[in-house]
Design a protein around this ligand. Structure first.
Ligand code: NDP
Length: 426
């Protein structure tokens, strides 16, 4: 079934009252997890043809979103016979969680989409389409390597930076725009691409067999792992349940929900610093909670934070507890501030860095350091012959995890793979 884009509040009431099951995706522009959800949501509409799927641009229906308790993008709500159900999904939504809820509320099984089971073969498969993967794809295209680029969001984590001021040739650019520019170059070079995620990798003789979430099977002579990292969580009780209910991992996506409100940003690196500055433009007050005694990262951002009267940095402070029942209403910290160890806030932004996703690393038994980053050689090769790695997931570039160093590793990897393929013609 086709997805409907909401045009009026009345239309929403009509769908709610007339459809047995209504699924609603509140999305925003400038929202990387919303873009990631879009193909998953489209697929869901196809495999559950009896349910009604609606998309609502939050910026155009602000009060409707507020009345339904939506405070993060994307948020997916479910209605049955006119009533809002308790289940809801927010933030980085996975296909499996959406399908599980749809099956449970509808009592229907998802339709099985017939896949073309023909195995496609390549000389190189790049997994991950952030700056490392996209740069490698550009170089591989120039080397005329028979390649495939697999990824679920062009730009990856870079898309969540609202302002980038240290990428050569760009005085100031948003992460979304820089990602878009890189993606345009990859598209112009006609690099074959699949939007999706790799689920399984096995080694078979001198090749690698990849199974994607959609069921496609790929065979490749070499692999470049450029999957970057995922947001680190505080690992506090209730953290998952507050996502989209006052807790966010993406300031660019959700800052607008906190116009003239009080928020806290957790962390003391560039992600936290830039999030505080961005929130400082819309919120009334920003507490930046940092466990160390002086902020890390670029001095230019730190100077702007110190000069901003709306931002109050609480140093040597840790969050002990997330407060609230259905929605986050405050945080408990490990010291007194203005006579209390509880801060009443409308929302928190967790910006405490990121860590590698271990699933593919473990499947290939790659050597990693203690932080689980893939150990790479000068040529970006790994402990497994034919497997290369580039970008934030590696120990390369002196662990200086920047867009420019990810691009550099991607370029080096592509050249190494070119040489490797020349020697290992099969
Ligand atoms: P970082 O690892 O640099 O910083 C993470 C911060 O979170 C640190 O201050 C760390 O504290 C704190 N932290 C980690 N774990 C916890 C925890 N469990 N509880 C409380 N605090 C915690 O990650 P970033 O995402 O900030 O940056 C990653 C890279 O990306 C950097 O190289 C950065 O320069 C780059 N970047 C650049 C941007 C830009 O230029 N626009 C924007 C964002 C990132 P501690 O300091 O004590 O270790």
């Amino acid at each position: 079934m086709e997805i409907t884009y909401l045009k009026s509040n009345q239309e929403f009431e009509d769908f709610k009252n007339n459809e047995e099951i209504l699924v609603v995706d509140f999305y925003s522009t400038e929202c990387p997890p919303c873009e990631k959800l879009a193909p998953i949501y489209e697929k869901a509409a196809k495999i559950f043809p009896n349910l009604k799927f609606l998309k609502i641009l939050r910026q155009d229906f602000r009060s409707l979103a507020e009345s339904l308790g939506v405070s993060g993008s994307p948020t997916v709500l479910f209605f049955k016979n006119g009533s809002l159900l308790e289940q809801r999904l927010a933030g980085e939504i996975q296909e499996a969680e959406l399908v599980n809820i749809l099956e449970s509320i509808s009592g229907e099984k998802a339709l099985v989409v017939e896949n073309d089971q023909k195995i496609r073969e390549y000389d190189l498969c790049i997994i991950g389409n952030g700056p490392a993967g996209m740069t490698a794809a550009v170089y591989a295209a120039r080397y005329k390597i028979d390649q495939l680029l697999v990824g679920d969001l062009p730009g990856g984590l870079m898309t969540s930076s609202h302002k980038i001021c240290n990428f050569p040739s760009e005085i100031e650019i948003s992460g979304m725009d820089l990602s878009q520019k890189m993606a345009e170059q990859v598209n112009a070079l006609e690099v074959p691409q699949i939007s999706g995620r790799v689920e399984l990798i096995t080694k078979e003789n001198n090749s690698f067999i990849l199974k994607l979430f959609g069921g496609e099977i790929i065979k490749t002579k070499t692999l470049l792992i450029a999957t970057g990292t995922k947001h680190r969580h505080l690992n506090l009780p209730k953290e998952d349940s507050f996502v989209g209910r006052g807790l966010s991992y993406c300031a660019t996506c959700d800052a607008m929900f906190y116009r003239n409100k009080t928020v806290a940003v957790i962390g003391g690196g560039d992600s936290a610093n830039t999030a505080s500055l961005y929130l400082g433009e819309v919120a009334e007050k920003v507490y930046q909670i940092y466990r160390g005694d002086s902020l890390r990262g670029e001095t230019a951002w730190i100077d702007q934070i110190k000069a901003n009267p709306k931002i109050n940095v609480l140093y040597s402070t840790q969050v002990l507890e997330l407060l609230g029942d259905d929605r986050l209403s405050g945080i408990k910290i490990d010291r007194e501030f203005e006579g209390s160890n509880e801060l009443l806030i409308d929302g928190i932004f967790v910006e405490i860095g990121s860590e590698p996703d271990l699933s593919l690393i473990n499947q290939l038994s790659l050597d990693t350091d203690r932080g689980h980053y893939i150990i790479t050689q000068e040529d970006q090769g790994t402990s497994c012959l034919g497997v290369f790695a580039a970008g934030d997931i590696t120990t390369g570039s002196d662990s200086f995890r920047q867009i420019i160093t990810a691009c550099s590793e991607g370029a080096i990897a592509a050249q190494s793979i070119f040489k490797y393929l020349q020697v290992n013609k099969k």
